[in-house]
Design a protein around this ligand. Structure first.
Ligand code: 4AD
Ligand code: MG
Length: 425
C-alpha cells in the first residue's frame, strides 16, 4: 500500500509511522553519505533523506543515480522537520528506482517555445499541475451549478455544415467530398433541445481559425453553452452572474490552498458576486471614444474593466455587428444581447443573447448575413414547429480559468494548447 504524500503533509500520519511513497524525483542533492531526494506524486512533494549505512548499499547508489523525473519508490518513517518543504521528511529505509530513464531535458531558464515543444513533459511542473487541478474544480463547479438548477447536459456534434459565428474563423473539412466544418459553437444544436428538455447545456470543444496572436485566443477551446426556453436576455444575464459567482465561491470554500499558488486571495474571488455591472454598448462606445458600430479591442476592454472587482455586462450591441441569431429591439437597431467582460483586462468570457424565434425574421436575418439557407433547413424547422422565445450563452472555459487564476496567457489554462502556429505536441 502506497501513501499519497498529501496524507503525510496534512498531518494524517504520526511521527515515526512507516510509510511507502511512489512518485517521481522532483529534485535531489547529496553530500557525502546523505542524499536528499524530493519526491513528487499527484498530491504533493516530500523530502526523503537517504542515508548511507541506513539503506542497503545498492539503494544508496540508486539514489545517487536518480535523475530529475526518474520514477521511484521510497520506504521509511516520517518525521517532522521544519526545514523540509511541507514540514515533513521521510527517513528512508529502502530506495528503489522503478525507472531511472534519461536526463530530463527541461532544466531551469528554458524559453517559452522550448517548454511548449516539451509540453507533454512540462505538464509535470508544479505550476501546470496546480492549474490542471484548479481547472478540474472549475469545470466541476460549472457542471454542479447547472445540475442543481435543473439543466440537462447534452453532447453536440463536432462536425457540422452549419457555421454559427461567421465564415472567417471556420475550419473547413473534406467530408468524403463534401464541405463540412469543425464546429464553432454548439448553440444551434442546443436550440434543438429546448423544445424537449427546456433547460440544457453542453461542454464541448469549439474551433476557431483565429489568426490573431493574443493571450486570449486558442484555435481549439472548451465551450460551455447554455440554452433555455422562455428565458429573455435579463433572465439570461442573471443566470450567467449566478453561474460565474458560484464557481468563484466554490474555489474559495473548497480550494483555498490551491488558490495560494496563484496569488489569489479569497477576498478577490468573494467580490465576484451578483449583480455584476451593466453598461449599454452606446455608453461604452462613448467611454472608449470609438465609432458607433465598431467592436471593442483589447485596449477598450481594458479601459472598460480597469479597477473593477467583478465583471461587467456590455449590452445591446448594434445588431449589424452581431450574428444572425440574435433577437433585436423592435426597430432592429440593437441586439438583445450581452458580452460579459472580466476585470483586469482578462477580456470577454461569455457571449449571450435572446434568440430570434420567429421564422420570417430569422430567414431575413440569415439572408442578410449571406448564409446558404439549405445548410440551415433543419435549424429553420425549429422555428416552424412550436417555436418559443428563448435565450442562451457560451462561456470560454479557458478564459474563465485564465481570469480566476490570474494567468498571464490562455495557453496555460489548457493542457495542450492549439494556437495559430502550434498543433504539436
Ligand atoms: O462570443 P462567442 O463567439 O459566442 C458564441 O459562440 C455563441 N454561439 C455562444 C452561445 O450563445 N451559445 O463565443 C463565446 C465565448 C466567448 O465569450 C469566449 O469566452 C470564448 O467563447 N471564445 C474563445 N475562447 C478561447 N479562444 C477563442 N478563440 C475564443 N473565441 C470565443
Ligand atoms: Mg463574443
Amino acid at each position: 500500500m502506497f501513501t499519497p504524500i498529501e496524507f503525510v503533509l496534512e498531518g494524517k500520519a504520526k511521527e515515526g509511522d512507516e510509510v511507502s511513497l511512489r512518485g517521481w524525483v522532483h529534485r535531489s542533492r547529496s553530500s557525502g553519505g546523505l542524499a536528499f531526494v524530493v519526491v513528487r506524486d499527484a498530491s504533493g512533494v516530500m523530502q526523503c533523506a537517504v542515508k548511507k549505512g541506513v539503506v542497503p548499499e545498492t539503494d544508496f547508489e540508486a539514489a545517487g543515480k536518480a535523475f530529475i523525473e526518474s520514477a521511484v519508490e521510497v520506504y521509511g518513517t516520517v518525521k517532522r522537520d521544519e526545514r523540509a518543504p511541507g514540514g515533513w521528511e521521510l527517513q528512508a529505509t529502502r530506495f528503489k528506482l522503478t525507472h531511472q530513464g534519461e536526463a530530463f531535458p527541461i532544466t531551469e531558464d528554458q524559453s517559452v517555445e522550448f517548454l511548449l515543444d516539451k509540453r507533454h513533459l512540462w505538464l509535470r511542473s508544479q505550476k501546470l499541475t496546480s492549474v490542471m487541478k484548479a481547472r478540474h474544480y472549475i469545470v466541476k463547479y460549472l457542471r454542479d451549478f447547472f445540475d442543481e438548477q435543473g439543466f440537462w447536459e447534452l453532447s453536440p456534434p463536432i462536425i457540422t455544415k452549419s457555421g454559427c459565428e461567421g465564415g472567417s474563423t471556420l475550419f473547413e473539412l473534406d467530408y468524403f467530398g463534401e464541405k463540412a466544418y469543425l464546429t464553432q459553437s454548439g448553440q444551434l444544436y442546443n436550440e434543438a433541445f429546448i423544445t424537449s428538455l427546456e433547460k440544457v447545456f453542453i461542454l464541448a470543444p469549439s474551433f476557431r481559425a483565429e489568426k490573431s496572436r493574443t493571450n486570449k485566443h486558442l484555435t481549439e477551446y472548451w465551450h460551455l453553452e447554455e440554452e433555455a426556453a422562455h428565458f429573455d436576455n435579463e433572465d439570461n444575464m442573471r443566470l450567467q452572474e449566478e453561474l460565474v459567482s458560484s464557481v468563484a465561491r466554490g474555489l474559495v470554500e473548497n480550494n483555498s490552498k490551491l488558490l495560494k499558488n496563484f496569488g489569489r486571495k479569497p477576498e478577490d474571488l468573494m467580490a465576484i458576486e451578483p449583480p455584476f455591472y451593466r453598461m449599454k454598448y452606446d455608453e461604452a462606445v462613448e467611454k472608449c471614444g470609438i465609432e458607433w458600430g465598431e467592436d471593442f479591442g483589447v485596449p477598450q476592454e481594458e479601459l472598460l474593466t480597469s479597477g473593477l472587482e467583478k465583471p461587467v455586462f456590455i449590452t445591446n450591441f448594434p445588431a449589424k455587428i452581431k450574428p444572425f441569431y440574435m433577437e433585436t429591439t423592435l426597430d432592429g437597431k440593437y441586439a438583445l444581447n450581452a458580452d460579459l467582460l472580466a476585470p483586469e483586462g482578462h477580456g470577454e468570457i461569455i457571449g449571450g443573447s435572446q434568440r430570434v424565434w420567429e421564422y420570417d425574421k430569422l430567414v431575413a436575418r440569415m439572408r442578410a448575413a449571406g448564409l446558404d439557407l439549405k445548410d440551415y433547413e433543419w435549424y429553420l424547422d425549429l422555428r416552424r414547429y412550436g417555436s418559443v422565445p428563448h435565450s442562451g450563452f457560451g462561456l470560454g472555459v479557458e478564459r474563465l480559468v485564465k481570469w480566476l487564476l490570474n494567468l498571464e496567457h490562455i495557453r496555460d489554462a489548457v493542457p495542450f494548447p492549439r494556437v495559430i502556429n502550434r498543433a504539436y505536441p
